[in-house]
Ligand binder design. Structure first.
Ligand code: CA
Length: 224
């Protein structure tokens, strides 16, 4: 998933980003509410994690603004507040879940998994297309009788294709999904990443699945 993490405590944000990345997610981390809002206007996130108290704009304000735009992206609020009335304010703002600091990382991951199951596209733990299968929990792909281990970017790229089978994905769409804020990819990076993925899932198989649509982008299909 593409996740927006808005947290101004570096000591919490960095391990959080790392642990989410370890689960295969692409995580944009920003520490300011106003900047987060700009990101939300330009990038399509699958899930948001907002700290309550933030410089620029609070997590509550961010959630309310999202809901005012009829955006249903799941929001998990993080906060040090734990008075019952605060929970009510948090959930009334339109947040889907609420986690009080300090929390256990395993619990946060469980909440993220639970929220992801509410997103129609992310309900299945195993994604399939033709004879290809991807286990999103283990980041392992299967084709024919072969087990194909993937690194994080390969996994994210294949996941993106499998969630949009048959659709043409532009280079920009792929770049936004795979690369995180602060990473500066080189111009030919998408072509290189596609090459790596093809080597893993297409090479040696009779029917190629990843196709180039010249001048537009790439498409997963079992007929050229
Ligand atoms: Ca804070």
């Amino acid at each position: 998933m593409k996740i927006l993490l808005v947290e101004d405590e570096c000591e919490l944000a960095l391990p959080l980003k790392a642990i989410l990345a370890g689960e295969g997610h692409s995580v944009d981390w920003v520490d300011d509410g106003k900047f987060a809002w700009e990101m939300l206007l330009s990038v399509n996130y699958d899930l948001c994690i907002f700290d309550w108290l933030l410089p620029g704009m609070t997590g509550i304000e961010l959630t309310k603004k999202l809901r005012q735009r009829s955006c249903t992206t799941p929001v998990l609020l993080l906060t040090a507040r734990d008075a019952p009335q605060d929970k009510v304010v948090g959930l009334d703002s339109g947040a889907d879940d609420y986690l009080v600091k300090p929390f256990d990382m395993a619990e946060l991951l469980a909440r993220v998994r639970a929220l992801s199951r509410r997103i129609p596209q992310f309900t299945a733990a195993r994604l399939t297309y033709a004879d290809l299968e991807l286990d999103t929990a283990t980041m392992m792909a299967y084709r024919g009788n072969q087990e194909i281990p993937l690194n994080r970017k390969e996994f994210q790229l294949l996941e993106l294709f499998l969630r949009h089978p048959g659709q043409v994905l532009s280079r920009d769409q792929i770049l936004t999904y795979l690369w995180e804020v602060g990473e500066e990819p080189e111009s030919n990076v998408i072509a290189a990443q596609i090459r790596l993925l093809r080597r893993k899932i297409d090479e040696g198989f009779p029917v190629p699945l990843v196709h180039t649509v010249y001048g537009v982008g790439y498409r997963m299909s079992n007929n050229a």
